[in-house]
Design a protein around this ligand. Structure first.
Ligand SMILES: *[C@@H]1O[C@H](CO)[C@@H](O)[C@H](O)[C@H]1NC(C)=O
Ligand SMILES: *[C@@H]1O[C@H](CO)[C@@H](O)[C@H](O)[C@H]1NC(C)=O
Length: 443
């Protein structure tokens, strides 16, 4: 019975998404401006400038392992893979190992790695390499496990070594449900501020959703939006639901046709290709879909963000727009969420009150307050969320992770890996407790 009701709600909602998408594309679109540099604002392109973010996220994530009396050896990495990753095919198919050796970044996977998660690994490898080659970062030799799924791996007490992950659940007080070490997603660059003249904005809320992505459980943010923002629904007067796949297709086509619209920028050819591919792909279980271009939502006075199966990776792009971001309440967190504040950078809402919150955001009396929130959000995105800042975060995460194993340990471990042939996962599984130079030292 309940299933049927859900299926119906979903059918209605697909129809509604199509209708609204058509309506949106036929109305004249206000001009979108992409801003790469804002005088007076600073990008966090040094570790010193990134410190607030390290304090809010990286340090607490690492402290779990500092406080744990366990030998963090190379064998720990191998054992972790054996014990946790290899006997769950779901986890295994989303597990990668990244090796940094002499400034070269390599990604390794098991033979049955799910190709849908490849974008997550490849973007980390290529972006770290790009920033290393440009001299923006100087990566230490290291071997770490990268979880490419939007499903945390380290339930409390389980992980033998830190797991680099894109999301985990964090309680409102800041305490995490999972012990994964959060690192930035590199797959969805959002390098520029995206702006539409406030007077030209559509005086409503907008949200972009992939039509066939799971809506989440009853009462969840996505579920609410789909159910009530459909034509005739209680929220339809205030909220437009756009089809994310359609927006990605349009953006990719515009970029291919000469980039007249500016594109999302910063990501270059690769990001455009990824967008193109993403537009044609069906959402995958265990991974949030490619986010819609922020420009589509910058046209609205208010941009809504709902998490579904994990944190919405489109949030960074929304914060970079000059639209007020309304974020559905959720425990999902990416690496930068613990530095964001409700009421400072966005307004949090409970799904049942989405309409009320959108309505209030339209009030003239609230304009100054909301303009200040928008400015703080844009400044946050500009400061911390560029690819270069993300690469710095990775560099710091790797060096702090290395320290956990002891001085010189990772360097000696990496030095033992074969150099006369391409590395394979089996080389990682064969890591000994101590690197050879240490064993000689111990003898
Ligand atoms: C970060 O934390 C350290 C150690 O607690 C502290 O000394 C430093 O002032 C903090 N930095 C910022 C920018 O909050
Ligand atoms: C996976 O397999 C290992 C070795 O066979 C075993 O020790 C471990 O408990 C298993 N883990 C899970 C989660 O089933």
């Amino acid at each position: 019975m309940e299933l049927i009701a859900r299926a119906c709600a979903c059918t209605l909602c697909l129809a509604c998404i199509a209708t609204l998408a058509a309506a949106a594309s036929s109305s004249p679109s206000p001009a979108v401006k992409y801003v790469s540099e804002r005088p007076g604002w600073q990008r966090a392109w040094t570790h010193e400038a990134m410190e607030p973010l390290y304090n809010a996220s990286l340090r607490p994530d690492l402290d779990v392992f500092r406080g744990r009396i366990r030998l963090l050896s190379g064998l720990g990495v191998a054992n972790q893979l054996r014990r946790y990753h290899m006997n769950s095919s779901r986890v295994k198919r989303g597990t990668a190992v990244v090796v940094v050796r002499g400034g070269r970044v390599t990604g390794l996977t098991f033979e049955d790695f799910n190709p849908a998660f490849r974008i997550r690994l490849d973007s980390v490898v290529s972006e770290l390499q790009r920033h290393q080659d440009a001299g923006h970062i100087k990566l230490e030799d290291s071997v770490f496990i990268l979880n490419t799924r939007d499903v945390p791996v380290c339930s409390l007490g389980y992980c033998l070594v830190p797991m680099f992950s894109p999301v985990k659940e964090v309680r409102p007080g800041g305490k995490a449900y999972n012990e994964d070490l959060l690192v930035p997603l590199m797959a969805y660059p959002s390098e520029q501020l995206v702006e539409v003249e406030p007077a030209d904005k559509i005086p409503r809320g907008g949200i972009a959703i992939h039509a066939d992505e799971p809506a989440g459980s009853e009462g969840s943010c996505r579920w609410f939006v789909r159910k009530f923002a459909r034509p005739g629904g209680a929220a339809a007067e205030w909220i437009d639901v756009l089809e994310a796949g359609e927006l990605l297709k349009q953006e990719a086509a515009a970029a291919a046709a000469g980039g007249g619209k500016g594109g999302e920028g910063g990501g270059g050819v690769e990001a455009r290709r990824a967008m193109e591919v993403a537009a044609g792909e069906r959402p995958v279980s265990g991974m949030a879909a490619y986010p819609a271009p922020a420009a589509a939502l910058a046209r609205y006075r208010v941009a809504l963000s709902c998490d579904s199966q994990a944190a919405n990776p489109g949030l960074a792009g929304l914060l970079a727009t000059n639209s007020l971001v309304l974020k559905g309440r959720s425990n999902w967190a990416e690496y930068y969420y613990r530095l964001l504040q409700d009421g400072q950078h966005y307004i949090e809402f409970d799904s049942a009150f989405a309409t009320e919150v959108v309505k209030e955001a339209m009030l003239k009396s609230q304009a100054a307050k909301y303009a200040a929130i928008v400015e703080r959000a844009q400044r946050f995105a500009y400061t911390y969320l560029s690819q270069r800042s993300r690469a710095l975060y990775f560099e710091k995460a790797i060096s702090e992770y290395n320290k956990l194993f002891g001085e010189g340990y990772m360097q000696a471990t990496v030095a033992d890996l074969p150099t006369d042939r391409p590395l394979a996962m089996s080389d990682i599984l064969a890591l000994p407790m101590y690197p050879s130079t240490w064993r000689q030292g111990l003898a």
